[in-house]
Design a protein around this ligand. Structure first.
Ligand SMILES: [Ca+2]
Ligand SMILES: [Ca+2]
Length: 499
């Protein structure tokens, strides 16, 4: 950005932080560690954290929670992270950025005492951990977590195996002159048999096909790959820990991986009919070891497939959790009343139905104050629903649904594949006694070009519910990212029609 704009003035990140009311103390500590080292590595001349001490005692009020210590001077998690930064990195020298993959930030620093420090973290929500092997390690290795706890790492035949996760940590190499070489990922999830099979020109739709999906009531398989870039044979083991509603006959496997080669292990999984009936994904944990170099776990997200017609009356998606909420107003004292206060402020249940001729969406939204004075293309600024359907085309469909102040219905088509303009039939009901707004939207399958084949191959769906209680669009609840901020079908939910 500086290059593009021809900015030569030095960069000083001088009031930046996150309150612990926004995601908790641990998340605040992660943010401090990441922002500080990232700014340093990217050339900032200074970095100020706002602020040292909490301004008050209200745990839900952002302005009271920016401190490294509480109002009464107790250390918060971020204070421990600050101590880790100060102990390890004071008077260190930045050496270079390291490349461990697209979603990983990793940097090399030379500490004041001569140790080589490699802080790293993974930013990819879909791939929780990356297992990296470093070659040419001549020194003593250890890993230091966010809070300064140090654990030794085994060095064998000049190699170190190391997990880079969502929690940042520092790899410390003592007595290491040269930067070690990156031996790549040694333990990954293998490409899956596709559950979603349609062709298309939408990149994210095609990428989504590579994710791991579980078909309810059917056999599924999950495979892992071990790569051994070292000069010696290595024995690898896996034992799976399964979430409820998924079974695996053989939980344990073991394999010998010869030098400079790779081997895979495949597990057969059976999912119950109820798996994913509410669109919620579940973690499968692979407890694994890679010779004596590494022992740890890899989490694989089992993405549900929403099968239609549904077997019961349960909603396909439920929006009622803080984790699903995206806040749009800044953290400032005068805007505190615009923070989501719970399901009575905003929540929703969503049902989907495919008939022979129509796609039908029914949403029952609980919202304390209904506000919708906006015209067609701006209806997203008031209480409204935005939802997207991707059948593999670019651009995919995005629609808006609203109930106006006078009770009439309003719809918008924000995007659609070329030469398509489907008609939306919308009915709405507002019940002021229960603060409930019901939307029923019907679109003809012929209009959408949703053929039986495409519905059986699988298509992608996502939805957000916007909230405006009188002042502004405060925020929204989302099923998955990709509508409210950046537009992307990458994490939309998979829907399939039964044959
Ligand atoms: Ca509300
Ligand atoms: Ca509202």
């Amino acid at each position: 950005m500086r290059k593009e704009e021809n900015v030569t003035a030095p960069w000083y990140a001088n009031e930046t932080a996150l309150p612990s009311s926004d995601g908790g103390e641990h998340f605040q500590a992660i943010t401090l560690f990441q922002k500080f080292l990232y700014s340093w590595a990217k050339g900032a001349i200074g970095y100020n954290w706002y602020d040292l001490r909490n301004d008050g005692y209200d745990a839900t009020y952002g302005e009271h929670n920016f401190g490294l210590v509480t109002r009464d001077f107790y250390p918060k998690c971020a204070y421990a992270a600050y101590n880790t930064l100060a102990s390890l990195y004071t008077k260190a020298t930045f050496l270079s950025q390291m490349d461990f993959g697209a979603d990983i930030d990793a940097f090399a620093f030379r500490a004041a005492n001569g140790d080589l420090l490699i802080p790293a973290w993974n930013l990819n929500r879909a791939q929780e951990n990356s297992m990296i092997i470093l070659l040419g390690v001549t020194g003593k290795a250890s890993v230091i977590d966010l809070y300064g706890n140090e654990a030794p790492l085994g060095v064998e035949n000049d190699a170190v195996a190391y997990k880079i996760g969502r929690n940042p940590a520092t790899l410390r190499l003592q007595g290491q002159e040269k930067l070690p070489a990156n031996g790549g990922n040694f333990f990954t999830v293998a490409a899956h048999h596709p559950v979603m099979t349609g062709k298309g020109n939408c990149k994210e739709y095609l990428e989504r096909q590579k994710d791991f999906f579980i078909l309810p009531g059917q056999d599924n398989s999950l495979a892992f790959v071990f790569r051994n870039p070292t000069a010696h044979d290595i024995t690898a083991d896996i034992e799976l820990a399964m979430p409820p509603n998924i079974n695996c006959q053989q939980l344990k496997q073991s394999v010998v991986i010869p030098t400079n080669s790779q081997k895979s292990m495949t597990f057969k999984l059976t999912a119950s009919k109820d798996f994913g009936s509410s669109g919620i994904s579940a973690p499968i944990i692979a407890n694994a070891s890679f010779g004596s170099l590494w022992k740890g776990e890899l989490t694989v997200t089992a993405n549900p497939v929403v099968m239609l017609p549904a077997s019961g009356n349960h909603p396909q998606f439920m929006l009622n959790d803080r984790m699903q909420y995206v806040k749009l107003v800044a953290e400032a004292p005068e805007l505190q009343h615009l923070t989501w206060s719970g399901p009575e402020d905003l929540s929703a249940n969503i049902w989907l139905e495919l008939t022979k001729d129509d796609f039908i969406l029914r949403a029952v939204v609980v919202d304390d104050v209904h506000v919708q004075p906006y015209p067609d293309d701006k209806l997203w600024q008031g209480d409204s629903i935005q939802f997207a359907l991707c059948f593999g085309d670019t651009p995919y469909y995005e629609f808006g649904l609203a109930r106006n102040q006078d009770g009439s219905a309003n719809t918008a088509v924000y995007s659609a594949p070329p030469n398509r303009r489907p008609k939306l039939k919308l009915t709405t009901v507002r019940d002021e006694a229960t603060h409930t707004t019901t939307y029923v939207c019907t679109i003809s399958r012929a209009d959408l070009k949703l053929t039986p084949q495409r519905a059986q191959d699988g298509f992608l769906f996502n939805l957000i519910v916007n909230d405006n209680d009188g002042d502004t669009r405060e925020g929204y609840l989302e099923i998955a990212p990709g509508i409210g901020r950046e537009k992307s079908a990458r994490y939309f939910q998979l829907i399939k029609e039964r044959k």
